[in-house]
Design a protein around this ligand. Structure first.
Ligand code: OFO
Length: 174
C-alpha cells in the first residue's frame, strides 16, 4: 500500500475512534442530565463512529498495510448545555469532513483509485452527518430554552428512527 495513503488512513482511524469516544462522553453527560432520548441518540452515534473506524482498519489490513490502533485522549465530560453539545458535535463533524477531503486529495495525488473509491462512502456519510447536526441545532434554537420544548425534543430524539445499515455502515434518519 502507498505509504502516504496508509499514513492518512491511519490518521483517519484515530479521528473516527476519537469521534466515538467524544460522542460517548456526550451520551453519558446527557444520561446524567435525564435527557434519555438525547443519550440514546448519542450512544448510537458513538457506535456508528466505531463502525467507521473498524471499516478503515479492515480496509488498511486487507490492502496489505498496517492499521495502527492509537491511544486516545480523554474527552471532556462536562458540557454547558444541550446546545453546546450539538455545537461541538457539528464543529467536530466539520473537522472530520475536512480530514476526509484531505484523504481524497492524497488518493488523487498518489493515483490510488481503489482507496479513492472506498473513501467515497465516507464523503457521503459526512454530508449526511453534518446536515443532521445542523437540523438538530436548528431545532434546539427554536426551543430557545423552553422546558416543554426541550421535553418534546428529547422525546423526538428517543423515538427517531435511527438505523444502522450493516451493509453500508450506518446512517441516521428521522
Ligand atoms: Fe465518522 O462520521 Fe462522523 O465523524
Amino acid at each position: 500500500m502507498n505509504k502516504r495513503v496508509e499514513k492518512v488512513l491511519n490518521d483517519q482511524i484515530e479521528k473516527e475512534a476519537s469521534s466515538s469516544q467524544f460522542y460517548l462522553a456526550m451520551a453519558s453527560w446527557a444520561e446524567g442530565e435525564g435527557l434519555s432520548g438525547t443519550a440514546k441518540f448519542l450512544y448510537t452515534h458513538s457506535d456508528e463512529e466505531r463502525f467507521h473506524m473498524l471499516k478503515l482498519v479492515k480496509f488498511v489490513n486487507e490492502r496489505g498495510g498496517d492499521a495502527i490502533i492509537a491511544g486516545l485522549k480523554t474527552p471532556q465530560k462536562e458540557f454547558k448545555s444541550l446546545e453546546s453539545v450539538f455545537r461541538l458535535l457539528l464543529k467536530h463533524e466539520i473537522m472530520v469532513t475536512e480530514s476526509i477531503n484531505n484523504l481524497v486529495d492524497v488518493c488523487l495525488q498518489e493515483k490510488d483509485y481503489t482507496t479513492h473509491n472506498f473513501i467515497q462512502w465516507y464523503v457521503s456519510e459526512q454530508l449526511e452527518e453534518e446536515a443532521l447536526a445542523r437540523t438538530i441545532l436548528d431545532k434546539i434554537m427554536l426551543i430557545n430554552g423552553d422546558n416543554a420544548g426541550l421535553y418534546m425534543f428529547d422525546r423526538d430524539l428517543e423515538n427517531a428512527t435511527i438505523q444502522t445499515k450493516p451493509s453500508s455502515g450506518g446512517s441516521f434518519g428521522e
